[in-house]
Design a binder for this molecule. Structure first.
Ligand code: XMP
Length: 498
């Protein structure tokens, strides 16, 4: 990295969004906790610091504070929302609680620029030698600057996309004030991450958990470029994968790229443990546990120093919410225990959003069909077979899912849909075939739009397409005599049926 922006996270809702905007603007950014050690902040090639918003108030006991040296490093510091109030208080300005919050898009300054506000404290006196550069009706000091000490603050949120000029403000900070060249790209990110891995691991060996999904695959390609044959990956084939899936990923990542991937055939083992198990959470737990058990057994044989995980930013957030209720216990290869005797963890994608991981994957030469794959749950098809899982039922899902994927692909809807799959409902109903009564299974088709899987909308697939999928499934998949379409949004439904 020849240029680096550090973002100190005071717990604001938009902290990760700031990091993302900085990357989009063309600079490498790192999101660190607000109280990060100054050595870690300084690191190498520090070019500027951004202090984020957050829930605390500078006037309360629980004020969150960063290392004081942050202001002595000589690099520009931009405070956003709480970050601005923090600078104000730190340099003897004043902050007060407002009578009512200022929220939403408001006009600021002489040019009536639209800015996005959400705050209940405001700066009422700028520190000495600070120039007031923007105000709104409720915030007379909506932005301030001190060019000499290179300190800047904005009360509003330039990172929120609704505000068109916000991105320009971030760019100006990076280019004009921090002097960055903004030449960062997925390719330079990849180079930086590969160097980081090489540096962390030294001459050690890495063990990777490989699921074939985008995150673990991109992490593995990076690690392979960093340490070559000193990376070994374990791919647990639990028999709950889609048709041809295991072969396809092995063909590319193992055969073509030459990554050392050990495919462990654990199909029988998983089915055996799932025998007679009907309850969804019980199924999930068994699969998660069995996965770890197989992984540990294989890991012992390999003797590695570091564990590679494809953890991405949303995984970090999800596992970090202590108050959220468990709707489903997600099983992730990213959720392997850390205490299985490793010197350390390697998680190169921790800071990135899914679409950034995909762009990174593309820049590493991974084919679009693999990079743009739809999300696929860790417990695989087991949670798409309602009730007890058997090989016969799995096969019905595999075949129908394959037909659905083929048809979605030829309809050109691959990138438009967030997820699309079929579900073995377990319901049997009466039908007729060649003058004979049938009593066979009903399959459901599910196709959804979503950005982040937190809320989803059932997709309005064209009716002729639905008919085509349905008639192909009914004629090509044995023991299915009925196909239904799932119209449920999330909430109240979830994406997967179990
Ligand atoms: P739900 O069904 O909770 O799914 O609405 C939200 C998203 O998460 C995926 N999913 C999982 N992913 N391990 C995963 O890695 C899991 O155990 C798991 N369960 C659901 C689901 O496919 C959807 O994208």
């Amino acid at each position: 990295m020849h240029e680096r922006i550090v973002i100190l996270d005071f717990g604001g809702q938009y902290s990760s969004l700031i990091a993302r905007r900085v990357r989009e603007a063309g600079a490498y950014s790192e999101l660190l906790p607000y109280d990060a050690d100054i050595k870690r902040i300084k690191g190498s090639a520090l070019s500027g610091i951004i202090l984020t918003g957050g829930p605390s108030s500078v006037n309360e006991h629980d004020t969150k504070e960063c290392a004081d040296e942050v202001f002595d490093l000589g690099v520009p510091v931009l405070g956003i929302c709480y970050g601005m109030q923090y600078i104000a208080a730190r340099f003897f300005g004043a902050v007060e609680r407002m009578e009512k919050a200022e929220t939403g898009i408001v006009k600021a300054g002489l040019n009536e620029h639209a800015v996005f506000m959400t705050h209940t404290d405001r700066v009422i006196a700028a520190p000495r030698d600070f120039e007031i550069i923007a105000s709104t009706q409720l915030s007379p000091i909506a932005a301030f600057a001190n060019d000499e000490s290179r300190l800047y603050g904005v009360q509003f949120h330039p990172e929120v996309q609704a505000v068109a000029d916000g991105i320009k403000i971030i760019k100006n900070f990076l280019k004009l004030l921090c002097g960055l060249s903004l030449d960062y790209s997925p390719k330079s990110l990849a180079d930086g991450l590969i160097k980081d891995i090489a540096l962390t691991v030294g001459s050690g060996r890495i063990l990777g958990a490989f699921s074939g999904g985008v995150d673990s695959a991109v992490a593995s390609v990076l690690a392979h470029k960093a340490v070559g044959d000193r990376l070994s990956c374990i791919f647990v084939d639990h028999g709950l994968l889609r048709k041809f899936e295991a072969d396809e990923v092995m063909r590319f990542y193992h055969d073509e790229l030459g990554i050392n991937i050990i495919r462990v055939d654990a199909r029988e083992r998983f089915l055996k443990r799932l025998e007679g198990v009907v309850e969804p959470e019980a199924k999930r737990k068994i699969i998660g546990e069995e996965f770890i058990r197989v992984f540990e057994e294989e890991a012992k044989k390999l003797n590695a120093d570091y564990l590679l995980q494809g953890t991405i930013y949303t995984d970090v957030i999800e596992s970090g919410t202590k108050t959220a209720q468990t709707i489903k216990s997600h099983h992730n290869v990213g959720g392997l225990p850390e205490d299985i005797g490793f010197k350390g963890l390697v998680e190169p994608l921790r800071m990135l959003f899914k679409d950034e991981v995909r762009l990174l994957g593309e820049s590493l030469g991974i084919p679009p069909a693999l990079v743009w794959r739809q999300p696929f749950p860790g417990p695989g098809l087991a949670i798409r077979v309602l009730g007890e899982v058997t090989e016969e039922k799995l096969e019905l899902v595999r075949q129908s899912d394959y037909i659905l994927r083929e048809e979605i692909k030829s309809a050109g809807l691959l990138k438009e849909l967030f997820q699309y799959f079929t579900v073995f409902t377990g319901i049997k109903s009466v039908g007729v075939l060649g003058d004979k009564r049938t009593y066979d299974y009903a399959l459901a088709i599910r196709a959804v739009h979503s950005k982040d899987a937190m809320t989803v909308e059932a997709a309005e697939l064209p009716y002729p397409l639905l008919k085509r999928i349905s008639s192909r499934i009914l004629s090509e998949v044995k023991h299915v005599n009925r196909v239904v379409y799932d119209l449920t949004d999330k909430p109240p439904g979830t994406v997967e049926w179990e």
